[in-house]
Design a protein. Structure first.
Ligand code: FRU
Length: 497
């Protein structure tokens, strides 16, 4: 007897699985105003693009488990960057050239069609092989992979990088041509970003090595992105094992912004300055898009590789979420981040204080003001303060702590004794992190965007710290205490709807 089998459509299979399993997801720690997958595992943001009046965001997605697996591309869209609508899975690993995963990539609009450029990942006998591929859609929902795939292979790569680590294409247009920046490494394990060019998005040629790292700058650079902003060129990327410098780059994988200038004739990036993008413990693989208003927006995976993930360990059927979209600028050769202004339209002001003095003997304790979704904005004069402590506290157990050491000019976020312990592969930095912050006119301006299991802390234009936590007791109270005397100029606490 012969049995005929129809090939399984892996996109449909994933969509069916999601429909059947999304109700089983345990809601306890799920964020509400951050992008999440309906069920399963999520990592890098992919294909962030403004298309036909809507923001589209794709993401590395394994629907079948709350752990990493053969990568699909999940898909959401939004008109306001705050409310996101789930769309069907865009890509599944269903071709010989991407059979072990559709890895990270980007999107571009051409002739009204939406093109995705991604990495076809193949694992064979313990080795990985990576090529670049294209999928196209005219309705922004259903994607077809090109018959010409893969469009960049070992042949175009030549000996300019490693075919085993050759991924995460970010496609863009410049001067009437298409370019793609792609991550690879040198034979000495140095991070390297390559530049490829094309007339039509289908036929690609190698242009140049755009930038290569030093030994200290990591063993592989992932997820590059290149854009022009405020008169500068900016190259962002996510290096693996960038060596720790004092309190910076303490995560196993970091995110870095290089600011400088591209020589497009030579295809070379000249670096003026560089910095770690986010000083928290859960921020990786950021990607940007330019919208119709010309804003440069960035979104990142709000997690870190090699960490314990309570929602996986506790069987909640999901893991990972995205950061808030942030608007970028360059000022004084530094990358500046602000939450997109749309978010503020959803912020309420339920408690408001002005000109309150706190001293060593008298702290400020507000009960039951912190919710699952909370916004806090504090402007505080710290001229006569030695140490400042801001606590988001449960009634009976240890708080989440944000502290400021004035003499060291260091801001610190600590989740050490809060909820489910989080561990990682780095020596000790996964419970607390510090960042250098100097007061401006003796004041600190601190904004907290808290969702159920995350806090993004913006400290003026100086630093952003993105962190997750999995509290067991509800964080309800807000406490400011000091060593010395501080004046709370303004304090706003509200919700985010
Ligand atoms: C970064 C990364 C990418 C890769 C993807 C796989 O987090 O390792 O380099 O394309 O994740 O999911």
């Amino acid at each position: 007897m012969t049995v005929s089998t129809t090939p399984v459509n892996l996109v449909e299979k994933a969509n069916r699985y999601i429909e059947e399993h999304k109700e089983k997801v345990i809601q306890q720690y799920r964020n509400q105003y951050h992008v999440m997958a309906p069920v399963g595992w999520i990592n890098d943001p992919n294909g962030f693009v403004y298309y036909k009046g809507e923001y589209h965001l794709f993401y590395q997605f394994y629907p079948y488990d709350s752990a990493w697996g053969p990568m699909h591309w999940g898909h959401v869209k939004s008109t306001d960057l705050v409310h996101w609508e789930d769309l069907p899975v865009a890509l599944a690993p269903d071709q010989p050239y991407d059979r072990s995963g559709c890895f990270s990539g980007s999107a571009i609009v051409k002739d009204d069609a939406l093109y995705l450029m991604y990495t076809g990942h193949v694992e064979e006998e313990g080795k990985t092989y990576q090529t670049q591929c294209i999928a196209v859609s005219t309705d922004g929902v259903h994607f077809e992979k090109l018959a010409q795939n893969p469009v960049i292979t070992e042949k175009e790569l030549g000996d300019n990088g490693s075919k085993h680590d050759f991924r995460d294409p970010k496609v863009m247009s410049h001067g009437g041509r298409y370019y793609s920046v792609i991550a690879t490494k040198s034979t000495e394990d140095r991070g390297r970003i390559l530049l490829f060019e094309s007339e039509n998005l289908v036929t690609w040629t190698f242009k140049s090595i755009l930038l290569e790292g030093t030994k200290e700058q990591g063993i592989m650079w992932e997820c590059p992105d290149l854009f022009h902003l405020d008169g500068h060129d900016v190259l962002i990327m996510s290096p693996i094992q960038w060596q720790t410098q004092d309190i910076a780059y303490t995560n196993i994988s970091s995110t870095v912004a290089f600011i400088g200038k591209v020589d497009w004739d030579k295809g070379v990036f000249k670096v003026t300055s560089y910095q770690e993008i986010d000083s928290g413990m859960d921020f990786y693989a950021p990607q940007t898009c330019e919208d119709a208003a010309g804003r440069r927006l960035m979104i990142a995976w709000m997690q870190m590789w090699d960490r314990t993930l309570p929602t996986h360990d506790l069987g909640h059927h999901w893991a990972g979420s995205m950061t808030l979209p942030r608007e970028l600028h360059v000022s004084d050769n530094r990358l500046i981040q602000e939450p997109v202004h749309e978010v503020y339209e959803h912020v309420t002001s339920d408690h408001y204080l002005e000109k309150v003095t706190v001293t060593t003997d008298e702290s400020l304790h507000l009960e039951d003001v912190i919710k699952d979704q909370s916004y806090v904005k504090l402007v505080i004069t710290v001229k006569d303060v030695k140490n400042l402590s801001i606590a988001l506290a449960p009634k009976t157990s240890q708080p989440l702590l944000l502290t400021y050491d004035h003499s060291l000019q260091r801001f610190q976020f600590t989740r050490e004794q809060v909820g489910h312990p989080l561990e990682g592969n780095e020596p000790g930095c996964y419970v607390s992190r510090q960042v250098a912050v100097a007061p401006t006119d003796d004041q600190l301006t601190i904004e907290l965007f808290k969702d159920t299991s995350s806090i993004e802390t913006f400290i003026g234009h100086q630093a952003v710290m993105t962190n997750t936590f999995y509290a067991i007791d509800q964080l309800t109270d807000f406490i400011i205490s000091v060593e010395g005397t501080a004046v709370i100029e303004t304090l706003q606490i509200g919700g985010i709807r």
